[in-house]
Design a protein around this ligand. Structure first.
Ligand code: PRP
Ligand code: URA
Length: 209
């Protein structure tokens, strides 16, 4: 079964509380999204493989460790996942970036794919799939299905806030996908919104409401 990593670091919790507040404006919301993504990236990349190389420090030769060329792709789910890309690239600037466009039909809550553009060698890359919200889990499952159809073998899902329902859905459909979250909230309401959540992440990042 996939592991759920809940990252309750004080800096992450503080920034997330700012995002939840309905009086927080677009600029601060966007900045906090990027900052939390960066802090989560630190933890989600903990298992990157290292190799030893020889260098010269100013005083002596030394054997040191560097990341051993792991190929990573960041794949934000449009729109809201875009808000997490900048923070992730701060720590892994050489990562390639693919995009999957999905929106939830407001009536059925089913995800509808409208865009997909991935690096040509996506089947050779480990994917960090980015979306601030994991609600019913439909969008995440559809995105993971799409990545696996294109040959991706290792996927980590990164969300700021998850509902228990969404976690269960992803775990059932894709037990091999580890989930990294900043918070697990109480439940979904009748419209599929996370309670207490932070509202519509896409609208708050892009100022569309
Ligand atoms: C939001 C969010 C997720 C999805 C989560 O996107 O960013 O992609 O809902 O819901 P689910 O787990 O029930 O599928 P939305 O559909 O609002 O699209 P947007 O990012 O374009 O606003
Ligand atoms: N999508 C969002 O942006 N927010 C929610 O609470 C649920 C789905």
């Amino acid at each position: 079964m996939a592991t759920v990593h809940e990252m309750d670091h004080p800096l992450i919790q503080h920034k997330l509380s700012l995002m939840r507040d309905k009086t927080t404006g677009v600029k601060e919301f966007r900045e906090a999204t990027a900052e939390i993504a960066m802090l989560m990236c630190y933890e989600a990349t903990r298992d990157l493989p290292l190799k030893e190389i020889g260098i010269e420090t100013p005083v002596a030769p030394a054997k040191v460790k560097v990341i051993s060329g792991k190929k990573i792709a960041l794949v934000p789910i449009l729109r809201a996942g875009l808000g997490m890309v900048e923070g992730m690239l701060e720590l892994i600037p050489a990562a390639k970036v693919g995009h999957i466009g999905l929106y939830r039909d407001p009536e059925t809550l089913q995800p509808i794919e409208y865009y997909c553009k991935l690096p040509g060698d996506i089947d050779e890359r480990d994917v960090l799939l980015l979306d601030p919200m994991l609600a019913t889990g439909g969008s995440a499952v559809a995105a993971i299905d799409g990545l696996k159809r294109r040959g991706v073998k290792h996927i980590k899902l990164m969300n700021l806030i998850a509902a228990p329902e969404g976690i269960e859905t992803v775990q059932k459909a894709h037990p091999d996908v580890d989930i990294f979250v900043a918070a697990i909230d109480e439940k979904l309401n009748d419209h599929g919104y996370i309670i207490p959540g932070l509202g519509d992440a896409g609208d708050r990042i892009f100022g569309t409401k």
